[in-house]
Design a protein around this ligand. Structure first.
Ligand code: NAD
Length: 251
């Protein structure tokens, strides 16, 4: 239980990858603050399972982020994970979708980080882990906002890694390939439309085509990596962008 006594906030942790990260950190003794949307009864069950509290803050709203951070108190481990996707050709890309995706997938991490860093510096220990994506390193068509936000998140992470390096605080990205979660499932209809493909073709010829293992990544694999990055043995892993993509970005 190497995280006993540490407080961890994982954004977007009511589902998918964030929930697996929260479970992995809780299993090592961290006190969890969950964030995200979902069925109220399910969220109550998750809080009971993990001994966690929950913030329903909408992270596209800086005022709600500030209120969440204020209520959370001093955070030792900050995982910026909440994110969303929209798939459309650039000329048809809805302007409000662009704004929302940049706000959630990129700007929210700036706000949580700027508010969490003073306590981390004071304590001389902290971990900031940002869920980026293979799309922080390479692009796919029809994902203009997502690719831009994730590339930006990589740059933001490197910047704070350098700023915080002498304060015992590390900042890294974890970059999954395709993980079977609601975020991936929900983009299949728009991808079918944008590319004129069937559901099976989208899964095999778009999603898994570049993932050399031809397998979806499991959320628990990301949870295990995030827990490793919180270890003292990972104190020199800083400013990295760690791929978990079955070899996609090795090509
Ligand atoms: P998901 O849809 O299962 O979970 C998203 C989480 O974010 C949920 O808890 C949801 O309630 C929360 N959320 C959504 N909008 C929010 C808002 N405005 N404010 C606060 N919380 C909000 O998705 P996932 O696949 O688990 O994705 C998690 C992260 O992993 C995202 O940043 C995503 O870009 C990234 N990622 C996912 C994949 C994949 O294949 N699934 C691959 C690479 C990166």
């Amino acid at each position: 239980m190497f995280l006993a006594g540490k407080r961890a906030l994982v954004t977007g942790s009511t589902s998918g990858i964030g929930l697996a990260i929260a479970r992995s950190l809780a299993a090592e003794g961290a006190t969890l603050i969950l964030n995200g949307f979902g069925d109220a009864a399910v969220i109550v069950e998750l809080c009971e399972e993990l001994g966690a509290t929950h913030s329903g803050a909408d992270l596209t709203d800086p005022a709600q982020i500030a209120a969440m951070m204020d209520a959370a108190g001093e955070i030792d481990i900050l995982v910026n994970n909440a994110g969303m996707q929209h798939v459309a050709p650039v000329e048809d890309f809805p302007v409000e979708k662009w704004d929302t995706i940049i706000a959630l997938n990129l700007t929210a991490a700036f706000h949580t980080t700027r508010l969490a860093v003073p306590a981390m510096k004071r304590k001389g220990w902290g971990r900031i882990i940002n869920t980026a994506s293979a799309h922080s390193k390479v692009a796919s068509p029809f994902k203009a906002a997502y690719n831009s936000a994730k590339h930006g998140l990589d740059g933001f992470t490197k910047t704070i890694a350098l700023e915080l390096a002498e304060h015992g605080v590390t900042a890294n990205c974890v970059s999954p390939g395709y993980v079977w979660t609601p975020l991936v499932e929900s983009q299949i209809p728009d991808t079918m439309k944008a590319r004129g493909l069937t559901r099976e073709q989208v899964i095999n010829d778009v999603l898994l085509v570049k993932q050399a293992t031809k397998k979806f990544v499991q959320p628990e694999e990301i949870g295990a990596l995030v827990a490793f990055l919180c270890r003292d043995e990972a104190q020199n892993v800083n400013g990295a962008n760690w791929s978990v993509d079955g070899g996609w970005t090795a090509e």
